[in-house]
Design a protein around this ligand. Structure first.
Ligand SMILES: [Fe+2]
Length: 400
């Protein structure tokens, strides 16, 4: 295994040198967004167009931003895979208008696809929807009963080509409280080749993950995959991988695979970028190249929306072809370049699959109530290791 040279292999430090990470929209660029929203409304459209997945680029014209939008698409697919815009006018509009603005920009980047939530299937987060809202609806380390919690997320990918998050609100936000982290998969790979080469091969072996449209509810693909001519894709889903171990037919994950995933998390949290989203920040991440995660945050039932993000799932118009293998088709629906994929192919939620998922969820919740399971139990050595070296991804104690 050799280290790779790629623009997509960045550290938190080098990402901040990218002109498209922290690109501050100026007054004229913000005015374009406001004009596009006005044009959308003047044509008689409203937020329901977004909910129906019927947003078209022509409904939200951004002619004056075409160069920037092209740069964003290029950066996502052939550059760092990470873009952060700042200064979106979140204080001027309500949530529905902001959803139109966020979807409008997203639609110029790619096809907006329906979102999925494998276990909890939270509709508020966006399961089955074209726009999601990331908020806390309960306190705890594990989301329950279809609700979102204020829990941390280890580094992971979402099952879509690209994700975009727009920060609407982040009261008392800091790196430790509702903080964000992004990390480059290829930079982690390079570091692991140098630091723990004996574990690298583990991440190229198939890893099961809960996947509700697959036979037996799991799909087994590697965390890392090189294919074609210098092509790469990653899929890292710590929770779905952990929950797959409760399914009757999923392969058992080896201790060495878990150790490799723990090292991946440790390196990612060390070399990735930790930051606190500010209202008006909007980032895009290519899930084939980069991971995202978050720290937990203080949750107050009387002010549940202290941290609020809008979320879109996007298949960029210039997205890559994926490995031409059955398990990738199973996961993505299509492995061809430049097509919408991900949740879009998941419309067949047959009763048998839903029952099996319900059984799995019931089992998870029973184990939680019996005190036998918590999120990330499978990776518990990661936390022990992190406490030895000084925790760089803070775990906020949840408060009732
Ligand atoms: Fe995510």
């Amino acid at each position: 295994m050799k280290a790779v040279v790629s623009k997509a292999a960045w550290t938190g430090e080098s990402l901040q040198e990218s002109p498209l990470w922290g690109y501050a929209l100026d007054g004229a660029e913000v005015a374009q967004l406001v004009d596009a929203l006005r044009s959308f409304k003047n044509a008689g459209h409203d937020y329901r167009v977004i909910e129906a997945g019927e947003m078209q680029r022509s409904m939200f014209p951004l002619t004056g931003l075409s160069d920037l939008l092209e740069s964003i698409r290029d950066e996502l697919e052939t550059g760092t895979g990470a873009v952060m815009l700042k200064n979106l006018p979140v204080d001027q509009f309500d949530d529905n208008d902001l959803a139109v603005i966020h979807s409008g920009i997203s639609k110029h980047v790619g096809h907006i696809i329906q979102q999925a939530g494998g276990r909890v299937r939270s509709e508020s987060r966006g399961h089955g929807k074209y726009i999601g809202r990331v908020v806390a609806e309960m306190s705890g380390t594990v989301p329950l009963n279809g609700k979102q919690a204020n829990n941390r997320f280890l580094l992971h990918t979402d099952v879509c080509d690209a994700i975009s998050l727009l920060c609407v609100k982040n009261d008392n936000g800091s790196v430790e409280n509702g903080g964000s982290i992004v990390a480059s998969a290829l930079a982690i790979y390079n570091a692991m080749v140098a630091e723990t080469p004996e574990l690298v091969a583990e991440l190229f072996k198939p890893v099961p993950r809960l996947w509700t449209v697959s036979k037996n509810l799991h799909c087994d693909i590697p965390v890392w995959k090189f294919y074609g001519e210098e092509m790469f894709t990653t899929q890292l889903t710590p929770v779905y991988t952990e929950v797959s171990q409760l399914l009757p037919h999923a392969p058992t994950i080896s201790e060495k695979q878990v150790a490799a995933m723990n090292v991946l998390q440790e390196i990612g949290s060390r070399i990735g970028l930790k930051f606190s989203l500010e209202p008006g920040d909007c980032y895009f991440l290519n899930n084939h190249l980069a991971y995202h995660g978050r720290t937990g945050w203080d949750y107050t039932p009387t002010a549940p929306a202290s941290r609020k993000l809008l979320r879109t799932w996007i298949s960029p118009y210039n997205n890559r072809a994926l490995p031409d293998e059955a398990n990738y088709v199973d996961l993505w629906g299509s492995t061809s370049a430049s097509v919408p994929r991900g949740r879009a192919h998941m419309s067949a939620d047959d009763p048998e699959t839903l029952k099996a998922l319900d059984d799995c969820n019931k089992r998870v919740e029973e184990l939680i109530h019996e005190g036998k399971y918590d999120y990330y139990d499978l990776y518990r050595d990661y936390d022990r290791f992190m406490s030895n070296i000084g925790r760089t991804v803070a775990v906020k104690a949840d408060k009732a």
